[in-house]
Design a binder for this molecule. Structure first.
Ligand SMILES: CC(C)(COP(=O)(O)OP(=O)(O)OC[C@H]1O[C@@H](n2cnc3c(N)ncnc32)[C@H](O)[C@@H]1OP(=O)(O)O)[C@@H](O)C(=O)NCCC(=O)NCCS
Length: 400
């Protein structure tokens, strides 16, 4: 391990309860009661504990759960939110003990304890192979299915996944469907047997992405908005930590969560027409996630200008200040991105993956602590009347 986390310290994860995480109770013919399932609660709590250890691990290590005890005391409906807190209370060598607490909008729903052990991945893989023999190899080696998604047009050719955000009427604003589709693609790309070597992320229509879907947020209560923002923070973090290099091919507006999606990439190529901003304060809240990725690129001063002064930067300004890597004429954007694809494909995939991991370990964008802090600030503001007023102003076309 690189370091030992301090005791006590804690990590949090918040989710919106989605269909795959529920259990239906009651006769199928009648409308069933659908609630957050106990295995999903255990997974959420386990991931919160795993997050806390992750920044302290070497590249060849990970943590595994070895014990969990949980009282799941109250139900949460589908569509509600659940927040899990894992509090590190004791360390014995490479074993870590956590206290677990989960709450939803109505109060505490679960409490328990959990132990995790830090393992060497190579030794763990050997132990797995010894235990299950060739079957384990077959399971690990079976390639994942390319996801079929509606709000992302995607295809994999020649080891390159080209993904296009596809909600052009809303300038590819990130709504719930797009969130779920991004998660499906990340599940696919993170699979150990995924053969994709490179990812290109672009936008359909006249924008890369105008950020979170404000119209959808305006129709949601604050808690549902916060749960969604948390999922999008996790998406940016997962994108940044993919072993494959990611290229963002940016044209037109690239704002808010759209900018965070671009900055999760390893290379940002933009066209002259691209514009960049973090206008969230105008809506009544701060950026909900990965502000540290902005600071990593343009320093505190640039982040201040974008997030606090809500400046809009042209592509030329963005290039000059380091927000993007390359700027080309609009009609050369695709060929420039393809040139970068060729450059990456000529480099050894393993060396790229290891280098990405090293860079992330230097100070990962969207580490669990940063995500939790940023989401807290967002949550406090999203619950205020100013947020409702800000969204109303956007819907009425004022102050854009
Ligand atoms: C990006 C922007 C400057 C582009 O301005 P523009 O070129 O004049 O385009 P419009 O504002 O007319 O947007 C085109 C359509 O996309 C919609 N849209 C743009 N951004 C959106 C968003 N973030 N959420 C939902 N819909 C959005 C607009 O409502 C409009 O839909 P309509 O034609 O049904 O009215 C402007 O749309 C904007 O400020 N968007 C919000 C950016 C933002 O605050 N993002 C952070 C969200 S947390």
């Amino acid at each position: 391990m690189k370091s030992i986390p301090s005791v006590p310290s804690e990590s949090r994860r918040r989710i919106e309860v989605c269909p795959g995480q529920t259990i239906a109770l009651g006769p199928k013919a009648e409308s069933p009661v659908e609630v957050f399932s106990t295995p999903s609660l255990i997974l959420l709590l386990e991931l919160a504990a795993k997050d806390l250890l992750a920044p302290h691990l070497e590249a060849e290590e990970d943590s595994v759960g070895v014990h969990v005890e949980l009282k799941h005391a109250a139900p949460t409906p589908r569509g509600g939110w659940v927040e899990a807190t894992a509090r590190l209370v004791a360390v014995q060598g490479r074993q870590f003990d956590f206290e677990l607490v989960a709450v939803d909008a109505a109060g505490e729903i679960g409490r328990g304890s959990h132990r995790r052990a830090v393992v060497s991945l190579s030794k763990f893989k050997d132990a797995l192979a010894r235990r299950t023999g060739p079957q384990a190899e077959r399971l690990i080696a079976s390639p994942p299915m390319v996801p079929a998604t509606g709000t992302i047009l995607g295809g994999v050719t020649g080891g390159v996944a080209r993904l296009t955000l596809n909600r052009p009427a809303s300038l590819n604003a990130i709504d719930r469907s797009l969130t779920a589709d991004l998660e499906s693609w990340l599940d696919y790309l993170e699979h150990p047997a995924c053969a994709v070597r490179l990812v290109v992320l672009a936008g359909a229509g006249r924008a890369y992405c105008a950020g979170e879907d404000i119209k959808e947020h305006a129709a949601l209560d604050a808690e549902a908005s916060i749960a969604l923002a948390n999922r999008r923070g996790q998406i940016c973090r997962r994108l940044a930590l993919l072993p494959q290099p990611v290229i963002a091919q940016v044209h037109g507006p690239c704002f808010g969560g759209g900018l965070m999606l671009a900055l999760a990439a390893d290379l940002v190529v933009a066209s002259h027409s691209a514009t960049f901003g973090l206008p969230e304060v105008k809506l009544g809240w701060p950026p909900a996630y990965t502000l540290d990725a902005v600071v990593a690129r343009v320093g505190r001063n640039g982040a201040r200008r974008l997030a606090l002064l809500a400046e809009t930067w042209t592509a030329a300004e963005a290039r000059e200040l380091g927000l993007v890597d390359r700027v080309v004429a609009d009609n050369q954007l695709r060929s420039e991105a393809e040139r970068a694809v060729g450059d990456f494909l000529r480099l050894p995939a393993r060396a790229l993956a290891e280098t990405k991991r090293l860079l992330a370990d230097l100070g990962p964008a969207g580490s669990s602590g940063d995500l939790a802090r940023t989401l807290d600030a967002y949550s406090r503001c999203r619950r205020q009347p100013e947020a409702a007023a800000g969204m109303k102003a956007f819907l009425e076309g004022r102050d854009r």
